[in-house]
Design a protein around this ligand. Structure first.
Ligand code: NDP
Ligand code: DGY
Length: 337
């Protein structure tokens, strides 16, 4: 009896906030020392359900979460047994990492795995916005296409245009590499100054510039910085107006990096200015958002990493991170705390 009680006590519970692929779930369910509480319904796990699941039965030891789950101090305090929070994302602005650190809870994430998928999507969004693809396709469907015409649906040239990358980290650098293939000179800026290796890799085609210089000189500005107190609201009216009047802003970082009302105003005032957004505030973007009425805005539903292969690998890494943390104390890919 005592042995059975000890075995039961040794079982650690892991809460998983979305339905994950079966092979990935099997990593958890095949372990006799792990019990799983999984949210199986469509969509995000409601915060109250997540809190209750974390608190239940003496408390969960691990949580596999998504960027849609707010992991705050109150949630962490719901389980004294909590050892790890593992997010299926590279961005971790939805997690209070300081609160995790204070409680000895490690944080796993999925850097690198989604770099190529996201960089591909960013280039697709940049091209779609520059060349007005959604507008053109709508015109075909609505019958607005009357004849071939000189400047009808004329867009902005990408080849050879100057591209400014705000946040030349893993994904920003991958976008730079792709756009060098289009002959684009790259300007970049970030938190940590010049990156000689990136400049060498891009064969002298990348140059560091302070943010305001980058904004003034770029035909396309691609935002791929992480969301933090320093970057929240970075693209306010003042910074948007520092960009060329016919520039294109691409944001695939987090919606909160851009002051969306300011962007809407600038898009209205400057019909030659355009924006391509994979991220918005809020998400999902309400269908009555003014952004959706503007011909010079292209909005995607946060699909940067959304290839089947990439999402499968991200889910798998999120689970492997939680298991590694429970087994060894450290996720395989750990957010530095
Ligand atoms: P990295 O950590 O490699 O890159 C983050 C970048 O942000 C770095 O280049 C860093 O600069 C820069 N940065 C940090 N603070 C500032 C600041 N104050 N001003 C300017 N730049 C700053 O992360 P990844 O490239 O892997 O991912 C970047 C972000 O992209 C994620 O945090 C996430 O928000 C978003 N993302 C969105 C996806 C989507 O589906 N749309 C998919 C994946 C990620 P420096 O290099 O100089 O230190
Ligand atoms: C991330 O990983 O941060 C993205 O936003 C979703 O893949």
């Amino acid at each position: 009896m005592a042995a059975a009680a000890a075995a039961a006590a040794a079982v650690k519970r892991v809460v998983v906030t979305r339905a994950l692929p079966a092979a990935t779930m099997a990593r958890l369910t095949s372990r006799p020392d792990i019990a799983v509480t999984a949210w199986e319904a469509e969509g995000a796990m409601p915060a109250a359900a997540l809190g209750a699941a974390v608190a239940a039965g003496g408390g969960a030891a691990g949580v596999v979460c998504m960027l849609t789950d707010a992991i705050d101090a109150a949630l962490l305090d719901a389980s004294p047994a909590l050892r790890v929070v593992s997010t299926m994302s590279v961005g971790y602005n939805h997690i209070d990492v300081a609160a995790c650190k204070a409680r000895g809870v490690s944080v796993g994430y999925t850097p690198g795995i989604l770099t190529d998928a996201t960089a591909d999507l960013v280039v697709a969004l940049l091209l779609a916005t520059a060349r007005r693809l959604p507008e053109a396709w709508s015109a075909v469907k609505s019958g607005e296409w009357s004849s071939w015409s000189l400047f009808w649906m004329a867009g902005k040239a990408v080849a050879g245009a100057t591209v400014g990358i705000v946040g030349a980290g893993r994904i920003g650098s991958a976008v730079g590499r792709r756009l060098r293939g289009f002959g684009c000179p790259i300007l970049y800026t970030g938190a940590s100054g010049r990156k000689p290796e990136l400049e060498a890799e891009l064969g002298g085609g990348a140059t560091y510039a302070p943010l305001d210089d980058l904004l003034a000189a770029s035909d396309f500005v691609v935002v791929l910085c992480s969301l933090s107190p320093a970057t929240r609201g970075l693209f306010n009216r003042d910074r948007l107006l520092r960009m060329k009047p016919d520039a294109v802003l691409i944001n695939a970082s987090r919606g909160e990096v851009v002051v969306q009302d300011d962007l809407v105003a600038v898009l209205r005032e400057r019909p030659t200015f355009a924006a391509g957004l994979d991220v918005t505030t809020p998400e999902p973007l309400p269908t009555d958002s003014p952004l959706l009425t503007l011909p010079n805005a292209v909005v995607l539903p946060h699909i940067g990493s959304s290839t089947t292969a990439c999402r499968t690998e991200m889910a798998d890494m999120a689970v492997r991170n939680v298991l590694a943390a429970l087994d060894t104390g450290t996720p395989l890919l750990a957010v530095p705390l």
